[in-house]
Write a protein that binds this ligand. Structure first.
Ligand code: NAD
Ligand code: UPG
Length: 480
């Protein structure tokens, strides 16, 4: 029986390995992690991450051919294929701080593999890493090899949170990069055989190592660039009376452009886009390509601009001050159908409003109070380290309360900010909400999910990203 071990039981390692175990009953899959609490949760009824469909997959395979363990060394030693799916955060200090990927966790995993291995292994990069990381890992492994043969493969993951299980069941493509040597090609084939259990042959792409590594960074950069492009247009739409939804639809009808990923928003979030683009920028700079670096940096700048613009709009519309006003924040996760808050735009928007002394009442169906307080007090990029190494947050932000109901959040509020596109926010009784709010009552829709005309009929002043402005908003121009 082929044995797979995955180092890192996070958002990628957990779901990816669960699906491999489901689709390949003859393979034993063990997911290992240094975080005891994470592994305990994977072995319990309350999985550590919320992802639609994940519970069913885990229930079917756990204890059969899917296992979760903290005995990292034992399972790595026994495996034929070792996936490495550990954190690759942005460096916060030293060379490349604020841009370069911090490969501390990757390197320590690689050194551990070298220490404990007694048989030949295929080592698979699942984490998103800078181009040429495979070469560094190869060096660590071969310098400590004790005669063991290692083949390094790059097999980046393209799943999106909230749809991870469906993405893994029906991937647009699986990408496998390897050395173009007989041993390298054999290793590529071995990994291909795993995916071929459920992914059609034409969707499994094989490339050289560096193309696979770079394709992951490039794909995220392209996706994020589409969002920044439509968000940049949203600002122009507001200035001219155009409607960004109509513009995006008309633009996307061109089959060369396509409709997907053109939803204007308060800004993109998530653990990957910003981190991976910063990483790409750093690689360009290191390779003497400042113009290319500058081009991609702009995607992040526009994203920051969009979040600031939203805060400025809220404050400007409310007589240029939100001091001591209660503002209801609906949604804190970086997108719907996940409890993940890593780099969520809600953090920057909430911090901006708190900077103007607002009182916030936050509701998200999947995010806990503890998480929100941690996010609002944590330093930039600290979130991307293993949980047990993250700073605890003894201080809480006093002007923030976290409630478990949208009606409670909006009671007596001056304004509602919608920051995540949860379906339940579309179905709220906005008349009831209006009746219980201070007047004038505002809705700032950062996701364009409410029916603005209906809300205006009720009496709200409504701001929707990139849509023609209410006369009230036109009379209260915001600093862009
Ligand atoms: N989250 C996503 O949607 C997504 C998608 C594609 C790629 N990625 C990439 O995959 C990688 C992992 O992302 P994630 O979201 O799963 O992160 P995560 O923080 O959820 O999980 C990483 C896990 O690795 C563990 N870990 C760290 N060092 C370890 C070690 N030496 N030994 C054992 N365990 C160790 C941590 O405790 C943590 O549980 C990152 O490089 C990320 O960029 C993420
Ligand atoms: O039209 C859109 C689409 C998305 N978003 C926002 O963009 C962010 C990222 O969304 P999404 O890409 O759906 O989620 P992620 O889980 O971050 O997935 C991205 O990042 C992963 C990690 O690298 C990759 O594997 C995926 O392919 C890539 O889509 C979220 O804040 C979304 O709300 C928009 O604002 N407008």
């Amino acid at each position: 029986m082929v044995k797979i071990c995955c180092i890192g039981a996070g958002y990628v390692g957990g779901p990816t390995m669960a699906v491999i175990a489901l689709k390949c009953p003859k393979i034993e899959v063990v997911v290992v992690d240094i975080s005891v609490s994470r592994i305990t949760a994977w072995n319990s009824e309350q999985l550590p991450i919320y992802e639609p469909g994940l519970d069913d997959v885990v229930k079917e395979c756990r204890g059969r051919n899917l296992f979760f363990s903290t005995d990292v060394e034992k399972h790595v030693a026994e495996a034929d294929i070792v996936f490495v799916s550990v954190n690759t955060p942005t460096k916060t200090t030293g060379l490349g701080a604020g841009k370069a990927a911090d490969l501390t966790y990757w390197e320590s995993a690689a050194r551990m593999i070298a220490d404990v291995s007694k048989s030949d292994k295929i080592v698979v990069e699942k984490s998103t890493v800078p181009v040429k990381t495979a070469e560094a890992i190869e060096k660590i492994l071969t310098h400590n090899s004790k005669g063991i043969n290692y083949q390094i493969l790059s097999n980046p993951e393209f799943l999106a949170e909230g749809t991870a299980i469906q993405d893994l069941f029906h991937p647009d493509r699986v990408l496998i990069g390897g050395r173009e040597t007989p041993a390298g090609l054999k290793a590529v084939q071995a990994l291909k055989d795993v995916y071929a259990q459920w992914v059609p042959d034409e969707r499994i792409l094989t490339t050289n190592l560096w193309s696979a590594e770079l394709s992951k960074l490039a794909a995220n950069a392209f996706l994020a660039q589409r969002i920044s492009s439509v968000n940049a247009m949203s600002a122009l739409c507001e200035a001219t009376g155009a409607d960004v939804t109509q513009v995006a639809y008309a633009v996307g009808k061109d089959s060369r452009i396509g409709q997907k990923f053109l939803n204007a928003s308060v800004g993109f979030g998530g653990s990957c886009f910003q981190k991976d683009i910063l990483n790409l920028v750093y690689i360009c700079e290191c390779n003497g390509l400042p113009e290319v670096a500058e081009y991609w940096k702009q995607v992040i700048k526009v994203n920051d601009y969009q979040k600031n613009r939203f805060v400025n709009r809220v404050v400007a519309s409310m007589f240029n001050t939100v001091s001591n006003k209660k503002i209801a924040v609906l949604g804190f996760a970086f997108k719907k159908d996940t409890g993940d808050t890593r780099e969520t735009p809600a953090i920057d928007v909430c911090k901006g409003l708190l900077g103007d002394k607002a009182r916030l009442s936050i509701y998200d169906p999947q995010v806990t109070e503890d998480q929100i307080q941690r996010d609002l007090t944590m330093n930039k990029f600290d979130w991307d380290h293993p949980i047990h190494l993250q700073p605890t947050s003894p201080t809480t932000v006093k002007q923030v309360s976290v409630v478990w109901d949208a009606y409670e959040a909006t009671k007596d509020a001056h304004a509602v900010c919608i920051l995540t596109e949860w379906d339940e926010f579309k179905k709220l009784d906005y008349k009831r909400i209006f009746d219980n709010m201070q007047k004038p009552a505002f809705v700032f829709d950062g996701r364009n999910i409410v029916n603005a005309d209906e809300l205006r009929q009720i009496g709200f002043i409504v701001y929707s990203i990139g849509k023609p402005l209410d006369s009230w908003l036109k009379d209260m121009p915001a600093v862009a």
